[in-house]
Design a binder for this molecule. Structure first.
Ligand SMILES: [Zn+2]
Length: 419
């Protein structure tokens, strides 16, 4: 079956699954050890999460993305996807355009890269274009600043199928597998929820509200709408929830029947957040379009950080892109909060007691979790709390939050075998 992704292009699939063929292809190639980010992006490219990209961007695409928020051929695109390398390493290894090199990740052969274009690009200019700032307090700016001085553009082919470790193996689906799964479930509308959190009731209601919106005009006989929780797996910092608790906590919401089993599923997506607010919202939409979703929910301050973006910039940007440039609909959600007068979780667009409201404070919930105090079930489901504590013991060395120990000793999300 052929599936269509972003830009009306066939979903990219560039994976050599036969180890003997892979062994043959990598024989005698120059090798480069790559970072976690590049490894994750190789996997994304090869399975079509970044369709229509077949590899890392050349200079023309990077320029077009920075200047016009599009690829060189005009397809809407908001994030540079670049392979960075030290100029020194290029010289030492004698890498030149026309070469094929083997990318190695944590001692395992990962992918081959066709060196089509070696170029330089000003990373400050890149940060300004994508993030709208060059302030080094912005984590995305730091990421751009840390890029090495030279870029290689060229096609990527995976030579090794990544092996996901538990519990992630149950949540890893490629764009092809997701579409097969949606067909099996009979879903016709799929609304994506992007997350890096263990869900509290605010998140739960965000999903519920988006599900109502995505159903829209459908009569009851035609309700075939599902929620895809798409957990972003990328670099972690001390104090973040551990990845295992995030996926298992999200999954618990339907295991405990807060969502019907047939309208909710959890998956993971590999991505290093740039916190680019509106431009990242566009990118998330493209990613979920490639994953087969028809709708994408955007809450307040989506993918933002600090006060760099207006909380609703990520809503507005969808009105500023060319008509027909995106084949997924944004579902724009305001805030859910707890209102003591209504006595329930309610919506900022509905409840008139805004003076009395109690916002869902991530910080407050985290401090309760830290002290192992179960929050009231109106704001945090007890089953999710129990799963969080269980995950802390099983995966987090006793903590539901990333510690130095977790960051250095955790089991990797995925590994590569010998060929
Ligand atoms: Zn109220």
């Amino acid at each position: 079956m052929e599936y269509i992704g972003h830009g009306g292009k066939k979903i990219v699939e560039r994976v050599i699954v036969s180890p003997s063929e892979a062994r043959e292809r990598v024989q005698g190639l120059k090798q480069i050890e790559v970072s976690g980010r590049i490894a994750r992006e190789c996997v994304d490219i090869a399975y079509g999460f970044f369709t229509p990209l077949e590899g890392f961007m050349d200079k023309a695409d990077v320029e077009a993305v920075c200047e016009r928020m599009a690829l060189a051929d005009g397809t809407l695109w908001s994030m540079p996807i670049v392979f960075d390398i030290a100029g020194e390493e290029i010289r030492e290894k004698g890498i030149k355009e026309g070469d094929t090199i083997l990318l190695v990740y944590q001692d395992g052969p990962l992918a081959i890269l066709e060196v089509e274009n070696i170029f330089n690009y000003d990373t400050t200019k890149m940060a300004q274009a994508v993030l709208g700032t060059t302030d080094i307090k912005h984590p995305g700016v730091r990421m751009f600043n840390e890029l090495k001085d030279t870029f290689i553009g060229g096609e990527v082919t995976l030579v090794n199928v990544p092996r996901f470790n538990p519990p992630f193996d149950k949540f890893w689906y490629t764009p092809r597998q997701l579409r097969e799964k949606f067909a099996e479930k009979g879903w016709e509308r799929i609304v994506a929820h992007q997350t890096r959190n263990v869900p509290h009731s605010g998140h739960e209601w965000l999903m519920k509200g988006a599900w109502f919106s995505a159903n829209g005009e459908l009569p009851v006989e035609k309700l075939r709408t599902g929620i895809l929780v798409s957990c972003i797996i990328g670099p972690k910092r001390v104090g973040d929830y551990i990845d295992e608790a995030i996926v298992l906590g999200q999954q618990k919401l339907h295991e405990a029947r807060y969502f019907r089993d047939d309208i909710h599923m959890v998956s993971i997506a590999l991505w290093d957040m740039r916190y680019a607010g509106p431009k990242e919202a566009i990118f998330h939409a493209i990613l979920r379009e490639n994953m087969g979703c028809t709708h994408h929910m955007f809450g307040r301050d989506h993918a933002g950080v600090g006060t760099y973006y207006d909380p609703y910039d990520a809503h507005r940007i969808f009105d500023q892109i060319p008509e027909g440039s995106l084949n997924i609909k944004p579902v724009r959600i305001l805030e859910w909060w707890y209102c003591p007068i209504c006595g329930e979780v309610t919506y900022s667009g509905l409840c008139g007691h805004s003076q009395e409201r109690q916002n869902f404070s991530g910080t407050m919930i985290r401090s309760m979790v830290q002290d192992k105090v179960k929050p009231t079930k109106l704001i945090f489901r007890p089953e999710v709390f129990d799963k969080l504590m269980e995950s802390a013991d099983k995966y987090g060395f006793g903590s539901p939050f990333c510690t130095e120990k977790y960051l250095s000793k955790r089991q990797p999300v995925f590994e590569l075998s010998e060929l």
